[in-house]
Ligand binder design. Structure first.
Ligand code: NIG
Ligand code: FE
Length: 413
């Protein structure tokens, strides 16, 4: 089945060959074609070009875009999409003055989510996660990473990972699963080292045996997992072929970046607190920094110094961190606006960080992140002729009229 989309106002992120990771100044380059066509065959992109190059062509379906813009779907490389219940009561506590850490210390936070998740059935978890995912697809997300980490024991972690597995089979978008057993220390373990040993010897081998994870993650932070504990877990994961994508430097810089680099982590995520030494070490590594501006917005903590990261010649990806505690939104259009408004990224830089670089952060650079022949035909159609600046500027409103995933409009799914 061939489909021709023609009269495209602006076609963004066009590359004849899959592009490399964008770093430093390259993040401000974003190729586009005004007045363009896009040809798709079955599930993939076949060709594109200016309307002036479009000769006679026999296709199965023609769609007149009436000068609307097209760009590749967003890639979300960091989410906690599977959870049992919102935490809006803690949100009110925070409005009244308690900090995220104070709420966690009185039994709220991640442990609160774990308690409810253990009591929730796999089917109910699947249904609520599917509903969230459907909303995200309509907002332009075409590939997504989803973490475990609200189970914190064998049964509940496996339950979460099986839900993610079912979402992979059920959803049209590409999903990667990350095992985050080391998200918090469950109440039944008074000793963190004993829980780390249980993750390594009791949970990880079964996760691997059932092939339920693509990546491994640790929340490396004061009061959670130390750098040596994170390193032990990453080493064990690496032996099972799981690359690391880790939570580091959210509240404190304690050497998590260096530990992650040592274990060849694919990404280091959060980075709200970033020292000069952290930046210098990242520059010598292949590890990709990932910033999560909606978490900073919601918790009112500092934003990762994304401008400084890019100005130092580093690559950068942006993600939503969708979760019930620190970012109850997976809307990457909002992340785009926040990156521009709060982190002073240009729209081109932010879009590169949400497409090409975000695809790298998911290990999906061969199939997602750009309009390139052979890649998945997954793209966003805006509601009018819309520039990237227009999209970032209209924060909180939806400029998307339609989303295609693998060659099919979500309106037909
Ligand atoms: O990325 N910081 C650790 N994990 C999540 C928050 C999880 C929660 O509060 O439920 C994050 O911000
Ligand atoms: Fe997170």
């Amino acid at each position: 089945m061939t489909t021709l989309l023609y009269n495209i106002g602006i076609l963004y992120q066009t590359f004849k060959k899959a592009p490399a990771l964008r770093r430093g100044n390259q993040l401000s380059e974003l190729p586009m074609i005004e007045n363009a066509y896009l040809l798709i065959k079955d599930h993939t992109i076949e060709d594109f070009g200016p309307m002036t190059d479009l000769g006679d062509m026999t296709v199965d379906r023609r769609i007149d875009l009436s000068h609307k813009s097209v760009l590749p779907t967003w890639c979300d490389s960091h989410t906690h999409l599977v959870y049992a219940k919102d935490r809006s009561d803690e949100f009110v506590d925070r409005i009244q003055g308690l900090s995220y850490q104070e709420i966690a210390a009185k039994g709220g936070g991640i442990l609160n989510s774990a308690k409810v998740l253990r009591e929730t059935s796999e089917d109910d978890l699947f249904d609520s996660a599917k509903k969230r995912l459907t909303e995200l697809i309509s907002l332009g997300t075409g590939a997504i990473e989803i973490k475990s980490g609200y189970g914190l024991d064998l049964d509940a972690e496996l339950k979460m990972l099986r839900v993610i597995q079912r979402l992979k089979e059920d959803s049209p978008v590409t999903i990667k699963a990350t095992f985050l057993g080391a998200h918090a220390i469950p109440n039944e373990f008074s000793d963190t080292d004993a829980y780390v040993a249980h993750i390594i010897d009791g949970i990880l081998p079964i996760v691997k045996e059932e092939n339920l994870a693509d990546y491994i993650d640790v929340f490396c932070e004061k009061g959670y997992f130390s750098v040596p504990q994170m390193e032990q877990i990453l080493e064990a994961g690496f032996k099972y072929g799981l690359k690391a994508k880790v939570h580091v430097n959210q509240f404190n810089s304690i050497g998590g970046i260096q530990g992650a680099i040592k274990h060849q982590a694919l990404t280091v995520d959060h980075l709200e607190v970033l020292m000069e030494k952290d930046l210098a070490d990242l520059k010598k590594s292949d590890t990709l920094p990932v910033a999560l501006p909606s978490c900073s917005f919601f918790l009112e903590i500092p934003y990762a110094p994304a401008r400084r990261i890019i100005d130092n010649g580093l690559p950068l990806a942006l993600a939503s961190d969708y979760n019930p505690g620190s970012s109850p939104s997976g809307n990457l259009n909002l992340v785009l606006s926040l990156a521009c408004i709060k982190m002073k990224l240009t729209p081109e830089e932010a879009v590169n960080a949400l497409t090409i670089n975000a695809a790298f952060a998911l290990g999906l650079e061969d199939t997602h992140g750009s309009i390139t022949p052979g890649k998945h035909a997954s793209f966003i159609i805006t509601d009018a002729r819309c520039t990237l600046a227009d999209m970032a500027y209209h924060f909180g409103s939806n400029r998307i009229s339609e989303v295609f995933i693998n060659g099919q409009s979500t309106q037909e799914l």
